[in-house]
Design a protein around this ligand. Structure first.
Ligand code: ATP
Length: 515
């Protein structure tokens, strides 16, 4: 669905509001509304349980946002957590230099796609896109150009070569999308960490950072956790928590925020086994996404060309957002970089005694890191659909429906008395509502015609609508309507808890990960 529609739907139906909206908002900061918080909690529950409950060697922690400032020196964030920034002198708009170049590369990709579509039409069934890409001079030209630009960008980023980034922008004649001019400032490094002061200690001494990632809280607690839970390698530590980044350009709604939430898991392993565990976690994480019903063609791996200072291998799981394939999750092989750094700066040993190898060493780490908010956006954009369906009288009508996996849906069932002004129906419906509310989040709704009430529930992704009518008063049966198939069945009130619970169950979703 169109991105603008996704954004306005989130606001209209109480999923996401702009932060401090009455003061015209705060850029790239958002609040989750009543349905948003339920969906977000369900995403977190799915992730948390899949990590900690399904793996006996993964445990959780909840570390503080503030950490000793030396943490960020050790991790490399003080010196190297920068993005290259460039301003257009005519529009005064600020951009990330690497993103401007990546967008240029995306345009080359789009040109290739267009040529391929045109040729496929021309040649019909006999068309071979692979051969066409290799032989058509125009398409080959675009692809070679993309390759060349990609290598230059990767090298400039790895070398932190700001003049070269500026040169690439100039060579490609990239113009500001707002002013259309190519009047750029020099490219400068910009550190993304927010800082604040500790108590009444002034100056550098009291400088504290808001954590830009949750991972470091895990690294510094590595020995605490290993010893208190008597873990042997390999073992993992999982954490969900807020992270803060002073992003240069924050667009695209909750895709890039300044305050966001991460779900990270660091898996501590013996040196030399990282290739095997990296492959294992790549597969596990893709499975986690697919179990939600996300179509395979909307997910893909993307290997990093320019590796971060700590990694020996890194891949993104990209999702096909309404604005194209973008990073949803990262899987990184971080070597012993972080633990060794903390060992050095703290002067405390962060080693593990391996009884099988009969030696002490600093473990290696493979991490999986996903943004909860990006996952939220992926879940919503994947499931929000506009459909033509028959209405109550059998006429065609359109409906907006959010086909979320039932285990993620904010409300599991809505209880609807057929008529609002019949006391016997409403009191029976309230009774059913109370009974079901003990088991899962439900909603009672008596306002408007039944068709409109169904539409409201479709729009927030409620898997079941339960209608109480006159027959209910005679024989304690109700109709239960399925959000996706629209099928309506008559069932006993006593069966409702088990029917709904089974289909919205988090355990069933988790079980599908074991197959
Ligand atoms: P990007 O290249 O998009 O800036 P990144 O590579 O810096 O992301 P990581 O440091 O690997 O991201 O962070 C892990 C995950 O945290 C990302 O895959 C993403 O889901 C999430 N994330 C990172 N930055 C943001 C942000 N500003 N807003 C929302 N989620 C974010």
């Amino acid at each position: 669905m169109d991105f603008k529609k996704v954004v306005s739907h989130c606001k209209e139906y109480g999923f996401i509001f702009q932060s401090s909206e009455i003061y015209d908002g705060l850029a790239a900061v958002y609040d989750y509304g009543p349905y948003g918080v339920e969906l977000k909690n369900n995403i977190k529950e799915y992730w948390w349980k899949s990590m900690t409950q399904l793996h006996e060697n993964i445990v959780g922690i909840d570390a503080a946002i503030f950490m000793h400032p030396k943490t960020w020196k050790a991790s490399g964030h003080v010196d190297a957590f920068n993005d290259p920034m460039v301003d257009n002198k005519d529009s005064n708009k600020r951009y990330r230099a690497d993103v401007l170049i990546e967008e240029y590369m995306d345009k080359l990709d789009a040109k290739v796609e267009k040529e391929i579509k045109k040729a496929a039409k021309r040649f019909g069934d006999s068309f071979d896109p692979v051969m066409y890409k290799e032989t058509n001079p125009r398409v080959k030209g675009y692809l070679d150009k993309k390759q060349e630009v990609g290598s230059r960008l990767a090298k400039a980023m790895t070398d932190s070569d700001m003049p070269e980034l500026k040169k690439i922008i100039e060579d490609l004649e990239i113009a500001c999308p707002v002013s259309g001019s190519r009047n750029w400032t020099d490219v400068r490094q910009f550190n993304l960490m927010f800082n604040t002061q500790l108590g009444n200690i002034a100056g550098e001494e009291g400088k504290l950072y808001l954590r830009p990632e949750t991972a470091q809280g895990i690294f510094v607690n590595f020995l605490n956790v290993q010893k208190t839970t008597r873990q042997k390698l390999p073992f993992g530590i999982a954490q969900i928590g807020k992270a803060f980044r002073n992003e240069i350009v924050a667009r695209q709604f909750i895709f890039r925020m300044r305050e966001f939430e991460q779900m990270e898991m660091q898996y501590f392993i013996a040196p030399g086994t990282q290739t095997e565990w990296y492959a294992f976690w790549k597969e596990m994480r893709l499975k986690w996404h697919k179990a939600l019903g996300t179509p395979e063609e909307n997910l893909r791996f993307h290997d990093h060309e320019n590796l971060a200072h700590y990694a020996d291998a890194a891949v993104d799981i990209q999702f096909n957002f309404p604005f194209g394939f973008k990073e949803l999750e990262g899987i990184h092989s971080r070597t012993d970089f972080d633990l060794s750094q903390h060992q050095e700066l703290s002067g405390k040993k962060l080693q593990y005694f391996d009884p099988e190898r009969n030696e002490n060493y600093v473990p290696y780490v493979v991490e999986t890191s996903i943004g909860c908010d990006r996952m939220f956006l992926a879940a919503i954009s994947n499931s929000l659909q506009e459909e033509t369906v028959p209405d109550a009288e059998g006429k065609e009508s359109t409906r907006i429906v959010m086909k979320l996996h039932p285990a993620l849906a904010p409300i599991k069932a809505a209880v609807l008395p057929l008529l609002k002004n019949k006391e016997e129906l409403t009191s029976k419906a309230k009774e059913v509502y109370k009974k079901l509310s003990l088991h899962f989040p439900c909603q009672y709704d008596e306002k408007d015609a039944i068709g409109r009430r169904y539409r409201r529930q479709d729009a927030i992704g409620t898997p079941y609508c339960i209608t109480i009518d006159f027959e209910t008063l005679d024989d304690d049966t109700v109709t239960i309507r399925d959000r996706d198939s629209l099928e309506q069945k008559r069932v006993k009130i006593d069966e409702l808890v088990s029917i709904v619970s089974k289909n919205v169950s988090m355990s069933e979703l988790l079980e599908s990960l074991l197959q």
